[in-house]
Design a protein around this ligand. Structure first.
Ligand SMILES: Cc1cc2nc3c(=O)[nH]c(=O)nc-3n(C[C@H](O)[C@H](O)[C@H](O)COP(=O)(O)O)c2cc1C
Length: 200
């Protein structure tokens, strides 16, 4: 069996120590990732994923929004210091990819195909996973690290206002990416027998 894809998938890890030492141009990164996202599957080819690429000041602005917003959520000053350090690490990355779902498209599918109406939102989430994995892996195969964050929904309103996001785009994830300043920690795996069944 060809194991090339497995080898590529193994390169993708959650990298938390990210930096700005990126050799590729912003245009190269965007061009490749847009194509990758276009190739990701979605139910009925509905292409419900929407993506915003943040670089430079816009990337910084996002993480400034997050750190300010978390102030009222964190119980103590000491805890907030830890939160600030964590968010500073995301801001130290080169850029951030924001993932949204176009809820108008989901609603239209629910209306047009009532038989599957209960499924369309779940399927849009699965499409998110498809696109996110493909982007994350593509970054890894280009020597770039990334991790996946979920400060939605508490930042949604501010993100919408800051980056002129349409009202029907629902924020699903934030993916900071950049140079790999420290490799990922060791990964553990469940025993295969507890996860997989092969029936013949
Ligand atoms: C749906 C989903 C949600 C996740 N949410 C977060 C998150 O909010 N913050 C975070 O640091 N990592 C998050 N992760 C990353 C996982 O913790 C990570 O993928 C897992 O521990 C395996 O490590 P690896 O990415 O290095 O293989 C998420 C991953 C998935 C698939």
């Amino acid at each position: 069996m060809n194991t090339e894809v497995l080898d590529e998938l193994k390169k993708r890890r959650s990298i938390y120590a990210l930096g700005k030492d990126v050799k590729q141009s912003d245009d190269e990164i965007v061009d490749l990732l847009e194509n990758v996202i276009e190739e990701s599957p979605s139910s009925f080819n509905s292409q419900t994923n929407r993506v915003v690429f943040l670089f430079g000041d816009k990337h910084d602005q996002l993480w400034d929004i997050v750190v300010k917003r978390l102030k009222s959520e964190v119980p103590t000053e000491a805890a907030y210091e830890k939160t600030k350090a964590k968010i500073a690490a995301f801001k130290a990355a080169y850029g951030t990819i924001l993932y949204f779902t176009d809820t108008d498209v989901v609603k239209k599918l629910e209306h047009d195909f009532p038989l599957y109406a209960d499924n369309f939102y779940d399927w849009s989430e699965q499409s998110q996973g498809n696109a996110q994995l493909e982007v994350w892996t593509t970054l890894a195969t280009n020597g770039l690290g990334a991790n996946l964050q979920h400060y939605n929904p508490i930042i949604d309103d501010q993100v919408r206002a800051a980056f002129d996001i349409p009202a029907n785009w629902r924020l699903r994830a934030q993916m900071p990416f950049g140079s790999i300043e420290k490799p990922a920690g060791e990964k553990t795996y469940l025993d295969k027998a507890s996860r997989f069944k092969v029936l013949k």
